[in-house]
Design a protein around this ligand. Structure first.
Ligand code: C2O
Ligand code: CU
Length: 474
């Protein structure tokens, strides 16, 4: 699993020692349980589809899709050496982790991009437990669309008692009939509609058939949406999954609304799933987010022998993380409005909101989405907001488009406090909040992490065509 190859790194050798390798032997395949880690980004060929289908040419970390699962403990200091063997620049962003700005992996804004043949050492402490992930932040729409991403799990100091702790990295691919990745990245159609939706969904890099379970088993299922654009709405027939965390952050355990576990791109959800079926039974997990496009993601297949008579019944409440509580009554308030994209004529009456551009000009310039009237391309820009360090802030976000947008803020987790004027039931902490068309969502956080932080839509084709800004905290 780990390639012990000679390294170009000059600062120090980050190859894992014999102790680490012995420990890794006890863990599931492709998990790094160490704090000195190494990721090599490069081209590879992998059997995504399986069967008699040819292998798919991908870009991958350590020749695996997803990349190795990084698993550390809350409070650990981690050092991750990234080596770039791609033919283009890259960086790695550790999505959702509240780390120092210089380690945030945003090209030009927080670091020089890693040149082909170059390397960069990411070195930070993980303050909070939870389910996170890592991915490039350079030409993400293609680098991620070709396979570069992986899970980053920070374990609680006292983990919940479950039978298995499982990670599912959900990826979405646009494959040609020969199982090769379609090269039509950055298409105007994808950018102006709902992004690059693929035709093949994988769980942990494989088109899944069945997932083996046992009666009485309790599973902590960590879902990570690593797709460029696909939103998932998963229905677990015959089971009652309980949501225990959004984007890594604990929430009061509850059943998902309408029984559907909805994850926009970049979102994570931790579930507790008790395997209440009988030995030998099979249940479908169906993704029915897009109307008329429901498909079976995978089957839960029960073994013929139960694990125990009935599931464990211990507590499933996670201990709180370390985010400071925003003081909402005294918070600074800012309005953020999103505009643009393909839509009906109705919305085009106010072109002022789209930088004065009409649809033709938007398509020609590649500036299609607007945050407070600006479409930005690239990572260097005037901040859209400057916040005072330590202040509580409320961002009232208005989605004036006809599309969903998963909005992500770097360096912080925020509470989602209201939707369309109604207080949210769980006041969930998130780092990526999915906004429905025309929805108004208020988020609140303490601007306690100094630096220039990206704030963008995580549909990567929207990000690429303007839906991005910088929030400066000083
Ligand atoms: Cu998951 Cu700006 O990134
Ligand atoms: Cu978007």
């Amino acid at each position: 699993m780990f390639e012990n190859r000679a390294t170009k790194l000059t600062r120090r050798s980050l190859l894992r020692g014999a102790a680490g390798l012995t420990m890794a032997g006890l863990l599931p395949h492709n998990v790094f349980a160490a704090t000195d880690l190494k990721l090599i980004a490069r081209a590879a060929k992998l059997p995504l589809v399986g069967g008699h289908t040819p292998e798919t040419a991908v870009w991958a970390y350590n020749s695996a899709v997803p990349g190795p699962e990084l698993r550390v403990r809350q409070g650990d200091r981690v050092r991750i050496a990234v080596e770039n063997q791609l033919a283009e620049e890259t960086t790695v962003h550790f999505h959702g982790i509240r780390l120092p700005n210089a380690m945030d992996g945003v090209p030009h804004l927080t670091q020089h991009p890693i040149a082909p043949g170059g390397a960069f050492l990411y070195d930070f402490v993980v303050p909070d437990a939870g389910t996170y992930w890592y991915h490039p932040h350079q030409r993400s729409f293609e680098q991620m669309g070709r396979g570069l991403s992986g899970a980053f799990i920070v374990e609680e100091r006292t983990p919940l008692v479950v039978d298995r702790d499982i990670v599912w990295v959900l990826s979405d691919w646009r494959l040609l009939p020969d199982a090769q990745i379609s090269g039509d990245f950055r298409s105007l159609r994808d950018m102006s509609h709902n992004g690059r939706i693929g035709n093949t969904v994988t769980i942990n890099g494989k088109v899944p058939e069945t997932f083996a379970v046992r009666s009485g088993e309790r599973i902590r299922l960590r879902l990570i949406n690593a797709a460029n654009a696909r939103i998932f709405g998963l229905n677990f027939s015959g089971h009652q999954p309980m949501v225990i965390a959004y984007d890594g952050q604990p929430v009061a355990p509850h059943a998902p609304a309408d029984g559907s576990v909805v994850l926009g791109p970049a979102m994570r959800i931790d579930l507790i799933v008790d395997m209440t079926g009988k030995p030998g039974q099979t249940f479908q997990i169906v993704d029915s987010f897009y109307r008329n496009l429901a498909y079976r993601l995978v089957d839960l297949a029960y073994a013929s022998e139960p694990l125990r008579d009935r599931p464990l019944d211990g507590a499933i409440v996670l201990p709180a993380n370390t985010m400071p509580e925003p003081d909402i009554a005294n918070a600074e308030r800012h309005e953020v409005t999103f505009n643009g994209g393909m839509m009906g004529q109705m919305m085009m009456r106010d072109p002022g909101r789209m930088g004065g551009m009409n649809m033709m000009e938007m398509m020609r310039s590649g500036k299609i989405w607007f945050v407070n009237g600006k479409a930005v391309v690239g990572h260097v820009m005037e901040p859209m907001l400057a916040l005072k360090r330590g202040r509580s802030c409320v961002l009232a976000m208005n989605n004036e488009t006809a599309w969903h947008h998963p909005m992500h803020l770097h360096g912080h987790s925020f509470r989602v406090i209201s939707r369309n004027g109604a207080p949210t039931q769980h006041r969930e902490w998130q780092d990526t909040v999915l906004m429905a068309p025309r929805e108004r969502v208020e988020i609140a956080f303490v601007a306690d992490n100094p630096g220039d932080w990206m704030f963008h839509c995580h549909i990567l084709e929207h990000q690429e065509s303007g839906m991005m800004g910088v929030i400066r905290i000083a």
